[in-house]
Design a protein around this ligand. Structure first.
Ligand code: FES
Length: 332
């Protein structure tokens, strides 16, 4: 169950390839674009295997009332199908979208900002860089990807940021040295990170190891790769005496909600912790893929985020905790 604001119909205006696996999509909602801030995203109603699902994509660039919304979507062959649906969109198609929401906002007034993007994680970071530049802030951007061809907006960023942007092409063996980067951060600097889960987990661990203030590390993730390749598994709910099958390309949260089991959730990206369920028993291996629990909490294996975390080589019994709205006295 999730609070969801109204949905709006939007028309696809343009689709452009930004590399071998990134597609930029411009779209115009009915009534025109709403104001948004750097780091904001839109939710999209996509169809996966014929069923409606929700996917979130960061808004690219800065708000300009004269311009349509812009997102960039990376093709993810092993994904659950949301990116395939987005890639099927052509100019003239219509899609339902939410209004802009921001779970990854910039805080202004800091002496310096460090931005770190991995792959398609550049999409919110790009707008942040533009916003900070427009405000005259001190900003440095470190941007890594599997190859130079997979660095969307890199040329534009180099023009705008000059030597304040550093690109890392992994195909050339050039990788961000997170330990050195974070070790060089001076007090008061904020670090904003968006990228794949292993990069974020590493950044979090190193940030904490350097005893940096927790609120000064801001992050957002995409995808949720884990320690194991995804497998289908079964979830048993003792309090309902029900078993739910989770498909290989389906999240546990989706399987539960499809089966009519009420679970609280919000981000669907392993960040907010709202979907966390109690693990009653597990005869397989838990593959924690969230950023919400600490490594110590994950090691205990007594809770997991249903939106991203999975089980391999076995099944699991859980308690979702939520028992529905309490009855209102006097109402039948
Ligand atoms: S819904 Fe936010 S962590 Fe799962």
């Amino acid at each position: 169950m999730r609070y969801r604001a109204h949905w709006t119909s939007a028309q696809i205006l343009a689709v452009q390839s930004l590399g071998p696996d990134i597609r930029q999509i411009d779209l115009l909602p009915e009534g025109g674009p709403e104001r948004f801030t750097a780091g904001a995203h839109l939710d999209f109603r996509v169809f996966v295997a014929g069923k409606p699902e929700v996917r979130s994509y960061s808004l690219v660039g800065r708000h300009d009332p004269r311009l349509p919304y812009r997102v960039a979507v990376k093709a993810a062959p092993s994904s659950r199908g949301g990116s395939s649906y987005m890639w099927s969109l052509e100019p003239g198609h219509r899609i339902q979208i939410s209004q802009p929401q921001n779970n990854f906002p910039l805080t202004f007034g800091r002496p310096e900002y460090l931005l770190l993007a991995g792959g398609i994680g550049i999409t919110p970071i790009y707008g942040m860089a533009l916003e900070l530049l427009a405000r005259g802030a001190e900003v440095q951007l470190h941007y890594g990807a599997a190859s130079r061809a997979q660095m969307a907006y890199a040329d534009d960023l180099q023009v705008r940021l000059g030597d304040r942007v550093r690109l890392y092409d992994a195909s050339e063996g050039d990788m961000v040295d997170l330990n050195a980067l974070i070790g060089s951060v001076t007090p008061g600097v904020q670090l904003y990170v968006c990228g794949p889960m292993p990069m974020l987990n590493a950044a979090k661990q190193i940030w904490h190891a350097h005893r940096m203030p927790e609120p000064d590390l801001r992050f957002e993730t995409f995808g949720a790769s884990g320690r194991f390749a995804p497998q289908g598994f079964q979830v048993y709910l003792p309090h309902l005496n029900r078993t739910v099958d989770v498909g290989e390309h389906q999240s546990m949260l989706d399987a539960l909600t499809d089966a009519g089991v009420e679970v609280l959730y919000d981000c669907r990206k392993g960040e907010c912790g709202l979907c966390a369920v109690d693990v009653v028993a597990c005869d397989g291996a838990l593959d924690h893929r969230d950023l919400f629990f600490s490594e110590e909490q994950k090691a205990v294996n007594d809770r997991m985020c249903a939106c991203v975390s999975r089980v391999v080589n076995g099944g699991i019994s859980i308690d979702v905790g939520y028992r529905g709205e309490p009855p209102v006295p006097g109402r039948t």
